[in-house]
Design a protein around this ligand. Structure first.
Ligand SMILES: C[S@@+](CC[C@H](N)C(=O)[O-])C[C@H]1O[C@@H](n2cnc3c(N)ncnc32)[C@H](O)[C@@H]1O
Length: 279
């Protein structure tokens, strides 16, 4: 593909979803966008780009941005963040919010729902401590197709075998042919919405805990900075941010700082939550 066409796709992706594609990743453009081009009647990606340059086609642009996203996710991904959430962060929030009895969690790039449903299952395990509490899990993603899957709550055998403890599978899922459907109780504990992390999140309200895992890795430095600053604006002063294991706030924002090195949990600079204060 000539550089003129590569530049067009690269700019479109950065503009729409923040995805940064370097020249060494052009193979990704080829493998993911050729099927889109063919579906729309073009022989090549270059033909599709030429047509888009002549006449804008919003539906096609959305499809291109969507096709380039990576939606890989699994239940209780990396295990440790969920252990930390359950054993340390949740007790802290329950203590700090004991007057309002309200806790808000945001999964900011939730893909097909494994992350927010993992949190909903954990909260279900803690139900004895949450009586009278208003617990809210808001789960968002830019992709309408993964959100539709997440809302459906139907997972393949392969998906439920990745990270989901068998007791939780038995307790919260019912088999439907080759698939497993999550219980209504867990499904209804999560509110799914479309949201682009490149836009202002303040309309979603303020959160005690934000999971924004395994999405910043796809952005360039400038976009990571903007997104982290925006997240800082909606995380409560004593709230926390969970990032993916290869992501960090260091060198990107002054607002959020690791609670402790290597844990993947971040707090507002100078704010109270620290693991040391825990029992
Ligand atoms: C690799 S998945 C991560 C899923 C989950 N957080 C996890 O760690 O398993 C990345 C998700 O980020 C979403 N995404 C990419 N760009 C986005 C943006 N600008 N705003 C919101 N979501 C975005 C993709 O659609 C995809 O579902």
């Amino acid at each position: 593909m000539g550089s003129e066409y590569f530049d067009y796709i690269r700019d479109l992706l950065k503009d729409r979803s923040g995805l940064a594609v370097s020249l060494d990743k052009t193979y990704l453009i080829d493998t993911r966008l050729l099927p889109v081009a063919r579906k729309h009647g073009y022989d090549t990606i270059v033909d599709m780009v030429k047509a888009l340059k002549i006449r804008h086609n919003e539906a096609l642009v959305v499809e291109i941005a969507e096709a380039m996203n990576t939606h890989e996710s699994l239940f209780f991904r990396d295990v440790e963040p969920f252990e930390l959430f359950k054993n340390i962060i949740l007790p802290q929030v329950l203590q700090r919010r004991k007057d309002t009895r309200r806790m808000r969690i945001w999964c900011a790039a939730c893909s097909s729902g494994q992350e927010p449903y993992s949190l909903a299952m954990l909260l279900h395990e803690e139900a004895h401590r949450l009586s009278g509490w208003n617990m809210e899990i808001v789960a968002t993603d830019i992709s309408h197709s993964v959100l539709a899957r997440a809302k459906e709550g139907l997972f393949s055998q392969f998906e439920v075998q990745r990270g989901l403890p068998v007791q939780m599978l038995v307790k919260h899922f019912a088999q439907e042919g080759d698939y497993w459907r999550i219980s209504d109780k867990i499904r209804k504990a999560v509110t799914f919405k479309a949201f682009n992390l490149l836009t202002d999140p303040r309309g979603l309200g303020r959160f005690d805990v934000v999971f924004c895992r395994n999405v910043l890795i796809y952005f360039d430095l400038e976009t990571k900075r903007k997104v982290l600053d925006a997240l800082g604006g909606v995380i409560a002063p004593d709230g926390v941010l969970f990032l993916g294991s290869s992501e960090s706030t260091i060198g990107l924002t002054e607002q959020l700082w690791p609670v402790e090195a290597g844990l993947g949990v971040y707090k507002h600079t100078g704010s109270p939550p620290s693991l040391a204060e825990l029992p």
